[in-house]
Write a protein that binds this ligand. Structure first.
Ligand code: PEP
Ligand code: MG
Length: 322
């Protein structure tokens, strides 16, 4: 099947009825970037950086700079979105010396943690800015809940840029800054956040868990983890519309984007920039090439309008190829 799927990679990314879409890659380590290139991604939608903090020692600025630069160079001019440290919750590097707190999912995590770390965040931002000289880079801020978090992060980024310039280093002055929309607060207040950001990235893994109050790794409740829940669809639609209103590109980078069962759901919501692990890309490309965006939109619209969401045939079955 893999070989059969590769046939689709060279085709223009347009659905059966002419809707253009973009498939981007999620990659952290160098081999992932190479695989992304092999499957023809135009950009990296998500480079997670948590892995840099899993060693026994914290990565210094130069170590991070080398990792980001290697990633940028591996992509040979294609843009790469580097997400600042998203530690906390399920991924709390022991090295940071933080204790988990009573409820890690609601605790010091993501951008909150970075803003409270001070110097460590500055080192990461400086390393990213330095790498941006070698190719197009965008910065992505995780776990936003408030506008002032964006302002604080922007202030730090501006300060780092000035410091690097004063030290005689070149930096990209136009580097776009985007935010992850993955908390209910960010999704509900997305219009305000979009006004302060250059792009949005939907983290469906966290968004669904927080909206539905379902920890997917908890076997007692994971049967309720449902991407077709009307509350989830409503928020995804809201984010798409806010992005369009503000001229802010919206990418989906959670697992829904790389899952054959849900990529058409996203298409039906008008979400046409999907970032996924490179291994998932060929099957998603085939599924979207063969889809009709208008049909998917109609099915999703009917589903949202219908009061009979317990219909025998679920939404994902209706969207899947016959
Ligand atoms: C997400 O929450 O969907 C996401 C992409 O981020 P992570 O899986 O790293 O939390
Ligand atoms: Mg997340």
């Amino acid at each position: 099947r893999r070989i059969e799927l590769r046939r689709y990679l060279g085709r223009p990314s347009v659905t059966r009825d002419g809707q253009a879409f973009s498939l981007l890659g999620n990659a952290d380590l160098l081999p992932d970037f190479e695989r992304c290139r092999e499957v023809g991604v135009k950009a990296i939608g998500l480079m997670r950086t948590e892995y840099l903090y899993l060693d026994d020692a914290l990565p210094d600025e130069d170590t991070q700079y080398r990792a980001y630069r290697a990633a940028v160079e591996a992509m040979q001019g294609r843009p790469i979105t580097i997400r600042t440290l998203d530690a906390g919750g399920d991924k709390l590097p022991a090295i940071l010396g933080f204790t988990k707190g009573p409820n890690p999912a609601l605790g010091l995590r993501g951008l909150r943690l970075s803003l409270s770390l001070g110097e460590l965040f500055v080192q990461q931002i400086r390393a990213i800015l330095r790498a941006s000289v070698h190719g197009p880079v965008e910065i992505l801020l995780p776990m936003l809940t408030r506008r002032d978090e964006i302002r604080q992060a922007r202030n730090i980024i501006d300060r780092c840029r000035e410091e690097l310039r004063a030290e005689g280093m070149a930096v990209d002055p136009e580097l776009p800054i985007g935010g992850m929309i993955e908390t209910p607060a960010a999704a509900i207040d997305v219009d305000h956040l979009a006004g302060e950001l250059d792009f949005l990235s939907i983290g469906t893994n966290d968004l669904i868990q927080y909206v539905l109050a379902i920890d997917r790794s908890d076997e007692l409740v994971n049967y309720l983890y449902d991407p077709t829940h009307p509350a989830v669809l409503f928020l995804l639609q809201r984010i798409q519309q806010a992005g369009a209103r503000h001229g802010c590109p919206v990418t989906v980078c959670g697992e829904l984007a790389g899952d054959e069962r849900t990529a058409r759901l996203l298409l039906g919501l008008g979400l046409t920039r999907l970032s996924m692990p490179p291994a998932a890309l060929p099957a998603i490309k085939k599924s979207l090439l063969e889809a009709s965006a208008a049909d998917c939109q109609q099915i999703v619209r009917e589903w949202l309008d219908s009061s009979q969401n317990s219909a025998e045939q679920g939404l994902l079955e209706r969207l899947s190829p016959e």
